[in-house]
Design a protein around this ligand. Structure first.
Ligand SMILES: Nc1ncnc2c1ncn2[C@@H]1O[C@H](COP(=O)(O)OP(=O)(O)OP(=O)(O)O)[C@@H](O)[C@H]1O
Ligand SMILES: [Mg+2]
Length: 1021
């Protein structure tokens, strides 16, 4: 959008008679309109002294931004020519999405925020100045000189509007490539070979040849020829190489391309006066017609044309008589008929080695079907998109480093093998700060949601789509609503009465027919490029999009495809049909229809969510549930959705989101047995899922509430009992739950009840009995397919087995856990590696822990979104291993990383690790401080890890007294803790026999390192 306003006209009007002013203003209008149209713009309206113009609307133009800026400069120039310094223009230019309405006399047909911003820029510009909005700046990168960015105030724009002042044009077309990136050339070996062969043939036969390279915008025609150019320059004899290009707009430029050739050959500058040019031409007077020179002779236009053709033939023949000639004419799709005629004539007329190379986009073959083909003196080379491998190779080459796979896939997938798109996507990532240069390499951030197609790419694609006839364009747009893959039936039904020719869409390479079809009886097509789809979709108004989405969902359901398989597709289309933001636009005054669509959207979203969660696509399921909420109007239904959301969040161990959702469910649907039992049960079972541990009193109150609300003998009651048993380590509750579960014949509940029963034993350090109950539970897993349940059982097993000192069993459980976690969430996978690290740390196998470190760290990183004591614990254990192996730097790094996670209330898991770190570092001051600060909660009987670390610390501190008071009860056979207690007592009492005993027991458990450490105490020094 371009806004221009005349400054100084009021003074002028005051000092002149009105008639004169009128004439003057008319001249102004005419001149401005002429400049705008010359650059391919459309004058929107004149209001008073202001002009508003659009570029790329109503018809898309791939270089609309460049055109607008060239027009702005030309307008300033014209104004100076016409009025000197008496009048001045303020101009603002901005790029953005606009809505194009029906043009009406005297009113504007283009609306949108971009229009308002352009107007603000114009108001902020000083007389004679052109202010350019940042999106325009990004789109013209390299073609213009602009000043440093500034921000202007604008009403309704809190942060102001960023813009730059335009200084001058640097080139007629935007140079391609991204500044600051390395240059690259990939693939295209065989194409280059064909070009060389064509040249070789021309020179060996001494005959002219016209070779046309045809390919989409940005596919690499020019780049390929640059390579050829370099190769030609090395040939002996070196051919004469000349280049000219066709321009996309302007007046009187029919022969522009040849004019460039001529100027290059004769060294004529564009700024040279006609006299100078004529002098350089010498006796080749008629060639001057190419340059638009007045040749001083009245000729009939047809005669002039003939003379021009002949003189070019003679001229080239003369040149080819000396050495081979290669003339490149770029972008022939923009050439006018006369130039094409001339080029074709030349290959017929000239005798001698002349290779004419032309580049063109496929539309040339539509407008001049006779041009292409491979026969006689002509041939054609179709340049296809780069294969995926070449495109990703191109990325590496441009950046000089490998991109992380996620980002690289985004770029490669979207660019569809078009190197121009690759570059533009990269540039856009750089502009948005997602890719950043750092220490000579590149660092990159996560790709934000809703990453948009860069304006430059969008312009190229929109221009291509606009070249389609109306019906086919409408078909492509309707298809874009359906998706990348679409079917003809619904397109016809969506378009009502329009009959598009899909053959044409195939021919022009927008879509391709797919073998077979996923909907019976329907022809299936795919839109070839994802970007094309996005741009076609973006070219529809929001209202139209919504209606098409609704229509397609209806079609899909009616066509009998309304099954689970299509649930998420239906959910998507119904939801898009009634997006809350646009619903008023799309369905004005159609309340009933909106209600119907909303209900459909909610129902299908919930169904799709259920299916997704069943596949353990947790985040997908959550997104669908949240979307269902937007459309569900009944309070009861909303409460049910919140309950589902809570449950799914528990599955991914997001405690915060879990409780919030459950509270919402209670708020909306009132307290119910279902909600409270799940609240109590999940909280107790996944006790580590909060960053800050919830208040135990609150948890107890949930449990009591659950027990109140459930009816005796119900499965919920069993679940509530299990919850209380686990929370209070209560054996009676657990036994009651087991009895009830058995009666109900519910194997999952039985498994949970056994877990609670075992837990009550574990709490009092009765590891023998705890193991037995736990193994009974493992025996039930054969009948339980719920993978989350199985994973949880193995997790518990690891802990119980290590507590009992049964490391071989613990390791087997680790392996089973790892296997089960594979298909679940990152949190489950963290559990697996975290347990592995823990078991090996407890065993003192530091090398093994070191080996696991990077995997553990990766798993923690992948799981940072949901809290878990194992996030912190695993990193600390890896830190201990590093310190044990003498790598203090690494130990400190890991420790700092663990501390930074900041979980509160889980000291019972973290304190023993801090004790061990101080121990390895022989930091007795710190150790003393830590020991004295230990909370009794950390030293409860079950916490063998804490107590083992405490006993070792007391040895290091020489605290015999405390050893005597705490160690004796811990001497219990069949526990991990026993040898630690023996060792401490042996030390306190200077009793070698006890120490030997401890060493033997460590060894029996397979804890070699601990045995060795014990023996060191036996023979100090
Ligand atoms: N094979 C390639 N290897 C590396 N970069 C390439 C390759 N082909 C093209 N590029 C880069 O992609 C961009 C677009 O290429 P190019 O300008 O040659 O396209 P084009 O086909 O001439 O497009 P247009 O029809 O718009 O003229 C350029 O910046 C170019 O350097
Ligand atoms: Mg090109």
């Amino acid at each position: 959008m371009l806004f221009a306003d005349l400054v100084g006209s009021t003074e002028l009007a005051g000092s002149q008679d009105p008639e004169r002013t009128r004439v003057l203003l008319d001249r102004f209008y005419d001149a401005m309109a002429a400049e705008i149209e010359r650059a391919g713009g459309t004058v929107e309206k004149f209001v008073g002294d202001a002009v508003m113009a659009a570029f790329g609307a109503p018809a898309a133009l791939e270089d609309h931004a460049e055109r607008a800026l060239h027009a702005a400069l030309a307008m300033q120039r014209r104004l100076r020519e016409l009025f000197g310094d008496t009048l001045a223009l303020r101009i603002g230019v901005n790029t953005g999405e606009v809505v194009v309405g029906r043009p009406r006399e005297g009113s504007s047909f283009v609306t949108g925020d971009a229009v308002n911003v352009a107007a603000r820029l114009e108001q902020a510009a000083a007389p004679g100045e052109i202010l350019v909005g940042e999106r325009t700046v990004a789109a013209v990168r390299g073609a213009f000189e602009l000043e440093e960015p500034e921000t202007i105030d604008a009403k309704g724009k809190p942060g102001g509007v960023a813009c730059r002042r335009l200084v001058r044009a640097l080139s007629l077309m935007r140079p391609r490539g991204v500044g600051g990136l390395r240059r690259a050339f990939v693939g295209r070996e065989s194409e280059l070979q064909q070009l060389r062969a064509a040249y070789a043939q021309v020179t060996s036969e001494g005959k002219p040849h016209l070779l046309t390279i045809v390919g989409d915008a940005g596919v690499g025609k020019t780049r390929l020829l640059r390579e050829l150019w370099g190769w030609l320059a090395e040939q002996d004899p070196q051919p004469l190489q000349r280049t000219g290009r066709c321009l996309s707009y302007g007046y009187g430029i029919t022969y522009w391309a040849l004019a460039e050739v001529l100027r290059e050959h004769l060294g004529i500058l564009e700024s040279d006066s006609p006299e100078v040019a004529a002098e350089r031409l010498g006796d080749r007077r008629f060639l001057g017609l190419t340059l638009g020179l007045d040749i001083g002779e009245e000729l009939h236009p047809l005669v002039a044309r003939e003379r021009l053709h002949d003189s070019w033939a003679e001229f080239l023949e003369e040149l080819a008589g000396e050495r081979p000639v290669v003339v490149l004419i770029e972008d022939v799709h923009w050439a006018e008929g006369d130039l094409c005629d001339l080029l074709e004539a030349l290959v017929g007329q000239v005798a001698g080695p002349l290779l004419l190379v032309a580049t063109a986009r496929p539309e040339l073959l539509e407008s001049r079907p006779g041009w292409g083909g491979t026969h006689g003196t002509r041939s054609e080379l179709l340049l296809e998109a780069l294969p995926v491998s070449a495109a990703s190779h191109l990325l590496d080459e441009l950046l000089g480093v490998e991109l992380p796979a996620s980002l690289r896939d985004v770029v490669v997938e979207r660019a569809e093998g078009n190197p121009f798109f690759v570059e533009e996507l990269l540039a856009s990532l750089i502009d948005r700060g997602i890719l950043e240069r750092r220490n000579g390499g590149w660092s990159c951030a996560e790709l934000p949601e809703g990453f948009h197609v860069p304006d430059t790419v969008q312009a190229v694609l929109a221009a291509r789509i606009d070249l389609l006839p109306t019906a086919e364009k409408a078909a492509l747009q309707a298809a874009s609503v359906i998706g990348r893959v679409f079917w003809t039936g619904p397109v016809y039904s969506l378009l009502e009465g329009v009959s598009p020719d899909f053959g044409l869409l195939v021919e022009r390479d927008f879509v391709r027919r797919r073998p077979g079809s996923s909907i019976a009886g329907e022809r299936e097509y795919a839109i070839k490029h994802a970007l094309t789809r996005e741009v076609a979709y973006g070219s529809l108004t929001k209202a139209k999009r919504a209606q098409l989405h609704g229509a397609f969902a209806g079609w899909l359901e009616r066509s009998g495809e309304g099954t689970d398989e299509q649930a998420s597709v239906l959910a998507h289309h119904y939801a898009e049909a009634v997006r809350p933001e646009d619903v008023d636009l799309a369905w004005p005054g159609q309340g009933e229809e909106v209600d119907r669509l909303r209900q459909k959207a909610a129902a299908w979203s919930r169904r799709a969510a259920q299916l997704a969660v069943g596949r353990y696509e947790i985040d997908e399921g959550l997104a669908l549930l949240h979307r269902a909420l937007e459309f569900e109007s009944g309070v009861t239904e909303q409460a049910a959705v919140w309950l589902a959301i809570g449950h799914v969040n528990a599955l991914k161990y997001d405690g915060e989101a879990f409780t919030t959702a459950m509270q919402k469910a209670i708020e909306l649907g009132g307290p119910s047995a279902d909600v409270y039992t799940d609240l109590a049960f999940q909280t107790v079972q996944r006790a580590g899922m909060w960053k800050r541990r919830p208040d135990p009193k609150l948890v107890s109150s949930w449990i009591e509430r659950a027990l109140d609300l459930t009816t005796a003998g119900s499965p919920q009651r069993a679940k509530a009992l299990v919850s209380r048993a686990l929370w209070d380590d209560d054996e009676a509750d657990a036994a009651e739950a087991l009895e009830l579960a058995t009666r109900l014949g519910d194997v999952e509940l039985r498994s949970h009840a056994l877990d609670a029963l075992g837990n009550a034993r574990y709490a009092i350090a009765d590891f023998d009995r705890a193991c037995a109950l736990m193994e009974e539970r493992l025996g039930l897993l054969a009948e339980i397919s719920n993978p989350d349940h199985r994973a949880e059982a193995y997790l518990v097993a690891c802990d119980v087995y290590t507590g009992a000192g049964r490391f071989a069993n613990a390791r087997r459980s680790v392996a089973l856990l790892a296997e089960t976690a594979e298909g679940l969430t990152p949190h489950h996978r963290l559990h697996a590696i975290g347990c592995n690290v823990r078991v090996e740390s407890l065993a003192g196998r530091w090398d093994e822990v070191r080996r696991l470190s990077s995997r553990a760290e990766g798993a923690v990183e992948a799981n940072l979104a949901t809290p878990c004591p194992l996030n912190v614990g695993s990193l600390l254990q890896c830190a201990i291993a590093s310190a044990q192996c003498g790598d203090e730097d690494e130990a400190h790094r890991l420790e700092a990383k663990a501390d930074a996670i900041g979980m509160e209330g889980y000291g019972m898991f973290f304190h023993p690790k801090h004790l061990r770190l101080a121990l390895v570092r022989e930091d007795l001051v710190e150790l003393r401080r830590l020991v004295d600060a230990l909370d009794p909660e950390v030293l409860e009987p079950w916490n063998y890890e804490s107590r083992a670390a405490l006993f070792d610390s007391l040895i290091a501190l020489g605290d015999r007294e405390r050893i005597e008071s705490e160690a004796p009860p811990a001497v219990r056979p069949g526990t991990y803790l026993e040898p630690f207690a023996l060792r401490a007592l042996g030390f306190a009492r200077d009793d070698a026999a006890l120490l030997a005993d401890a060493a033997a027991r460590f060894e029996a458990m397979g804890l070699e390192w601990h045995a060795d450490e014990t023996r060191k105490l036996l023979s100090p020094g």
